[in-house]
Design a protein around this ligand. Structure first.
Ligand SMILES: [Zn+2]
Ligand SMILES: [Zn+2]
Length: 307
């Protein structure tokens, strides 16, 4: 990857309308869910749909889109690779190749000109400037961001037929992201009300958290937290987000060792995605799992602080 800033073409209006819908709709779903639970406790089916799909789609992003596809931190057997890419697509954060391109660009220009979602670059150090930076890194960048040259940042992925096919089917995954909780809610409760509340909890509320937790890694994990290593960017480790982010909030570690399949380093840094990858490695479902050696970690650790 080269280090000069990419060309940024003019923003597409349709893309922005889609972004508005997909950012506002889950929020409305959350409001509906809160209103409903005011009168009646949340049902077990809805809760299970929310949690189950949150974890499946979350791992789709963290293990599938991020560690496997974008950083090639391990290789998975074909059915698992396909399942991970579909699970990531169901989180509606963009088609697999687009997500990988954005994220590779983030690593190539971290907190510098060309980074699609830095909370620092281009913002003043005043309180207002910092808030603007956080807002931009969290969600604002989705609106003023344009797809960067795929040939340049995803040449390897464009040659992978499975990745290309699953990326092209993105509209289908969007539809299924809502249809699956609707159908499951209806089938389990055998009522239309169950289908509707399944859609709200397993679809919209789940998406709200899938989105905002991922976006928090981009915003909060470049501002608040510890920085135990020497790094060329402002990334941080944030333990508060470690569990909901399924291990991605050890983001400073990740910037220092981007190709590592494990973001938590040591047992105190719980990394659920890393635990799952290690289990799959034992079962022979993934191979060539990359991890930094103790010597590499020691070399990067600054004298200043421990994680
Ligand atoms: Zn980052
Ligand atoms: Zn990354």
């Amino acid at each position: 990857m080269t280090a000069d800033a990419p060309d940024i073409p003019v923003s597409s209006r349709n893309q922005n309308i889609g972004t508005v819908v997909i950012t506002v709709l889950p929020f409305l779903g959350l409001l509906a869910a809160v209103t409903m639970s005011w009168n009646e406790a949340v049902g077990l089916t809805d809760l299970m749909l929310f949690l189950g799909l949150y974890v499946i789609c979350g791992f789709g992003i963290t293990i599938g889109y991020h560690r496997m596809l974008t950083h090639r931190a391990f290789e998975a057997v074909a059915p698992l690779k396909a399942a991970l890419l579909v699970a990531g697509s169901l989180a509606i954060q963009g088609a697999a190749i687009d997500w990988a391109v954005d994220h590779r660009t983030h690593h190539a220009f971290s907190d510098k000109e060309g980074d699609p979602h830095s909370p620092h670059h281009g913002f003043s150090s005043s309180v207002w400037g910092r808030l603007q930076g956080l807002g931009h890194a969290h969600v604002g960048w989705l609106f003023d961001h344009n797809r960067i040259d795929q040939e340049r940042y995803a040449k390897d992925l464009l040659q992978d037929r499975m990745v290309v096919t699953i990326s092209r089917l993105f509209p289908l995954w969007i539809l299924l992201s809502f249809a699956i909780p609707f159908a499951l809610g209806g089938a389990i409760t055998r009522t239309w009300t169950g289908a509707f509340t399944g859609l709200v909890w397993g679809g919209l509320v789940r998406l709200f958290f899938n989105h905002h937790v991922t976006w928090s890694v981009n915003s909060i994990c470049h501002v608040f937290g510890r920085r135990p290593f020497t790094a060329n960017d402002r990334s941080t480790n944030n333990w508060l987000l470690a569990l909901p982010s399924l291990g991605e909030a050890w983001h400073h570690n990740h910037h220092v060792f981007p190709t590592s399949a494990f973001h938590g380093l040591g047992w105190r840094q719980v990394d659920l995605s890393g635990i799952v990858i290690a289990a799959w490695e034992k079962l022979g479902l993934v191979r060539n799992v990359r991890r930094p050696s103790a010597e590499q970690i020691g070399r990067k650790r600054t004298a200043a602080a421990g994680a």
